[in-house]
Design a protein around this ligand. Structure first.
Ligand SMILES: Cc1ncc(COP(=O)(O)O)c(C=O)c1O
Length: 450
């Protein structure tokens, strides 16, 4: 224990938070402290892994607005990573932020005992914008936690156990969520995971049918099928048209609950409020998150059909879960503001139109550099570009970063780079990014002799 040290750290960091601007010496101090703190108190791996795309090891973010991140030196980066789906409505969107600030002025967190009205209004708004008869919400703090609630609800309501999911699907990294995710790398170090989970090939209805048939033939009871309407982490995999409907029919025929994980593809990003609406399919349970908090507050949740809230869950509303901060007033104010913005600005339409513009530009580049850009795919503003090897993707991400464009490409995983810009990004910035891509692909062509 070293209270003197703690006081020194607190004094410094709280002063920095309160500062309007920094002197060059202060900037140097923050940079030095941050690198040392990541190395000594977080995980030295981050500096090598995530931040490696920047030419400067200590590229430190300090503020954000519109579609930009700004570092300590005031350098502005066009954000085409979008926090993997968080910033659909931009960064600290003033039309959302104003509600969060006002809410903070009178209440941040709830008593845990009285009834908090914003939670109720948010649930009502969600019931109104989600498909079919999805009506009852449970709010959580992170995506994996929402998935946990979806899985638990499916099991308790159906009184069955098996969960079918998809190869390469991603649902988060808590024990239940990683169990239903489908990538070996993140699962196998934690074996044994939760039992009675099986994976089918994503996008292949016959494989899912066969999985259901085999389990049923062996007398097993299937509670639910969980999948992403578009796989995000897997590298933006859009299933064939009719797949979601086929899965819905399969569930209906076999009395299986259907869970759609809309955490990344929902909230307007893919051209409809939720992706399943574009395919006219209603799940029994749906998860949402990321952009749900308006890019300002962390809030996620599930919405489900009323009949799943069985007597046991009504007798004891804490039976499913009791997250202390889930659905707190401050987060709810952000989500209410986000939904309001999404509707008033027709964000799905913006995502469709700007997505088309981006896709057109990328397809042109693919024609020009066919050996470098082996695939360009996606829906709305959930887009993936595929390179023949990870080094090329990394080269592209690194060189775009040097041109002040942020995209996700790590040293270990850059064969598919995801582009998830805000729907509020200007056409001028879209054009700029496409021009820079052209430049960088030109350099990559020389560098890799392709
Ligand atoms: C579809 C999907 N589900 C769940 C999650 C997990 O969310 P979180 O990282 O907030 O736990 C993610 C995160 O990328 C996701 O894309």
């Amino acid at each position: 224990m070293d209270i003197k040290k703690a006081k020194e750290v607190l004094g410094k960091s709280l002063d920095f938070i309160m500062s309007e601007s920094f002197t060059p010496a202060q900037k140097k101090q923050i940079e030095k402290d941050t690198v040392a703190n990541f190395n000594n108190h977080i995980n030295p791996g981050w500096l090598k892994y995530r931040k490696s795309v920047s030419s400067n090891a200590a590229s430190i973010e300090w503020t954000d607005y519109d579609s930009y991140f700004v570092d300590l030196d005031g350098e502005k980066f066009i954000d085409f990573l979008g926090g993997f789906g968080i910033f659909t409505f931009g960064h600290r969107n003033p039309e959302i932020l104003k509600y969060v600030k006002k809410q903070l002025d009178h209440q941040a967190l709830h008593s845990q005992e009285l009834l908090d009205p914003l939670r109720g209004y948010l649930a009502q708004a969600m019931a109104a914008i989600t498909p079919g008869d999805l009506e009852f919400c449970f709010f959580t703090n992170g995506g994996a936690e929402a998935v946990e609630m979806a899985l638990k609800l499916a099991r308790i309501a159906s009184k069955k156990t098996w969960i079918l999911s998809t190869i390469n699907g991603f649902h988060g990294k808590s024990m239940g969520a990683i169990s239903v995710s489908g990538k070996d790398l993140y699962r196998s170090p934690y074996f044994p995971l939760i039992g009675q989970v099986s994976h089918a090939i994503y996008g292949d209805i016959e494989d899912m049918k066969s999985s259901v048939w085999k389990l049923k033939k062996a007398g097993e009871k299937i509670a639910a099928i969980i999948l992403e309407p578009i796989q995000g982490e897997a590298g933006i995999i859009v299933p064939p048209k009719g797949y979601l409907k086929g899965i819905r029919n399969l569930c209906d025929e076999n009395d299986i609950l259907l869970i759609f994980d809309e955490i990344q593809c929902g909230m307007g990003r893919t051209g409809s409020y939720f992706r399943c609406q574009a395919e006219n399919v209603t799940p029994d349970i749906m998860t949402y998150g990321k952009a749900f908090g308006g890019g300002i507050m962390p809030i996620t949740g599930i919405i489900a059909r009323k009949h799943l809230w069985i007597k046991e869950l009504q007798d004891n509303p804490w039976m499913l879960g009791s997250p202390t901060f889930g659905g707190n007033p401050l987060s709810c104010s952000a989500a209410l503001g986000a939904i309001n913005f999404m509707i008033n600005h027709n964000v799905p339409k913006l995502a469709r139109e700007k997505g088309e513009f981006l896709m057109k530009g990328l397809k042109k580049l693919q024609k020009k550099y066919p050996k470098l850009l082996i695939d360009v795919r996606g829906v709305g503003l959930m887009v993936g570009v595929e390179f023949p090897k990870t080094e090329i993707g990394y080269f592209v991400a690194k060189n775009l970063f040097a041109r002040k464009v942020m995209m996700a490409g790590t040293l270990n995983n850059a064969s598919v780079i995801r582009l998830e810009p805000a729907a509020t990004t200007s056409y001028e910035d879209f054009s700029k990014v496409l021009t820079y891509m052209d430049e960088v692909l030109g350099c990559a062509k020389k560098e890799f002799n392709l």
